[in-house]
Design a protein around this ligand. Structure first.
Ligand code: PEP
Length: 265
């Protein structure tokens, strides 16, 4: 059974004090609502993954180390193993501090840092080699959707990013569908738009790897998902959770989204 996941991408936000306050607040909510997160048979308990900036990784890993339901990941990694890459961070380093996930191919990395498919494939290889779970982001720009090209754009991104992998690698990837026009804009994909794209992604996985991998792979929605709209997005059969930006910076909002994921098992 595939995992339900609610992931918080903090991006380049928060001072150390603010990050601690957010982490502490989230931990307190998780502790006070333990009954929501007790696994039962066929559990729909969501895994929570937070993606703080690199410098706060170890602090958050320490904070949540006794919390089974919360994992910590990095927002990016470099595409080489190691070497003279001033200012960069390797997948092996991220793993060595105890992080479990890494976001790869976020649209902000693609557009602001010119990260293309070939480079992203190198990052994915290193993430898998270092036992990290990659959260691979895909999604179309607004003009591409308006031109009716969105299914093809996402298919191409998956082809380059995931569909070349061996089956045992592909099933370790989490996919995040994030229409670029919805990220940080307050415009969310409608539940129908999200469902049809997630079903399309699952079909592409099924065509390449068969039913079992398609059924087991988690596909998250990202793009202005918030405490108000999370419930209707998560009610769709192929939406397995969310990658949350802005709303992950507020304890109450993020925790409400976690609850919505649980309710829509
Ligand atoms: C994101 O950056 O991955 C994201 C989904 O951001 P927001 O929720 O703020 O749109």
């Amino acid at each position: 059974m595939r995992k339900k996941i609610v992931a918080g991408n903090w991006k380049m936000n928060l001072s150390l004090e603010e990050a601690k306050t957010l982490g502490d607040g989230l931990k307190a909510e998780m502790d006070q609502n333990k009954e929501l997160f007790v696994d039962g048979a066929g559990s729909n308990t969501p895994e929570v993954v937070i993606f703080p900036p690199y410098v706060y990784l170890t602090g958050m890993i320490d904070l949540f180390k006794h919390h089974d339901g919360v994992s910590v990941g990095a927002q990016n990694c470099h595409h080489e193993e190691s070497g003279a890459f001033t200012g960069e961070v390797a997948a092996s380093m991220i793993r060595s501090v105890g992080a479990s996930h890494v976001i790869i191919g976020h649209s902000e990395r693609r557009s602001q840092f010119g990260e293309g498919d070939k480079l992203l494939a190198e990052k994915l290889k290193l993430a898998l080699k270092n036992d990290l779970t990659p959260v691979y982001c895909c999604g179309e720009q607004l003009p591409e959707r308006e031109a009716g090209q969105h299914f093809q754009v996402v298919a191409d991104q998956l082809e380059q990013g995931v569909l070349w992998m061996e089956k045992d690698q592909a099933e370790r990837v989490v996919i995040a569908y994030e229409p670029v026009w919805a990220i940080g804009t307050g415009k969310t994909a409608s539940p129908d738009q999200a469902q049809e794209m997630h079903a399309h992604i699952r079909k592409l996985i099924r065509d390449s790897y068969g039913e079992q991998v398609a059924e087991n792979i988690s596909i998250l929605y990202g793009g202005s998902c918030n405490a108000k709209n999370a419930g209707e997005l998560f009610a769709n059969p192929d939406v397995d959770g969310g990658l949350i930006g802005g709303a992950s910076l507020k304890v109450e909002d993020f925790f409400t989204i976690i609850k919505r994921r649980k309710e829509n098992g």
